[in-house]
Ligand binder design. Structure first.
Ligand SMILES: [Zn+2]
Length: 154
């Protein structure tokens, strides 16, 4: 997705919209699938010799749950995409790389499914008790209660 700075006048706003294939993300990591097109809705403006590109990006990735091997939809909607190009400006400016970077930055470090009220994964149905109810912690809690009882006896 390119634009030509010379074609944009001082008070002009050039709309730049379209779809890019997910392959531009170059995501080959394990646990990530990029198959959904990137919907690009941008506009280009000139501020003196500086070019400003602003707008929205939208896509979805599939991430593998960190808890169970299920694949989760991970929608990405960027409303505040903004990149500026300072002189010297190239004859044509390609936005593929800044678009790629902005989407990659929104990826979570670790994906995991949202557990329901009973701490079950909605996809796999497996149960994951929260950490503070792990057996070790419960023992710890009882130990403190015993200490409190001792204090009351004193
Ligand atoms: Zn899960």
């Amino acid at each position: 997705m390119k634009f030509y700075p010379a074609e944009i006048g001082a008070d002009e706003i050039l709309p730049l919209s379209g779809r890019l294939p997910a392959s531009i993300l170059e995501l080959n990591e394990e646990g990530i699938k990029a198959e959904t097109e990137i919907v690009v809705d941008l506009h280009v403006q000139r501020d003196g010799e500086t070019m400003i590109v602003m707008g929205k990006l939208q896509t979805a990735l599939q991430l593998q749950c960190g808890r169970c091997p299920e694949w989760l939809d991970y929608p990405i909607a960027i409303d505040d995409f903004c990149v500026t190009f300072e002189p010297p400006l190239a004859t044509s400016i390609d936005l593929t790389e800044p678009i790629r970077e902005d989407i990659i930055l929104r990826l979570p470090l670790r994906a995991a499914c949202q557990l329901d009220d009973e701490h079950r994964c909605p996809r796999s149905g497996k149960s994951y008790p929260p950490a503070n109810e792990a057996p070790g912690s419960i023992l710890g809690g009882e130990a403190w209660q015993d200490l409190d009882k001792l204090k009351i006896k004193e």
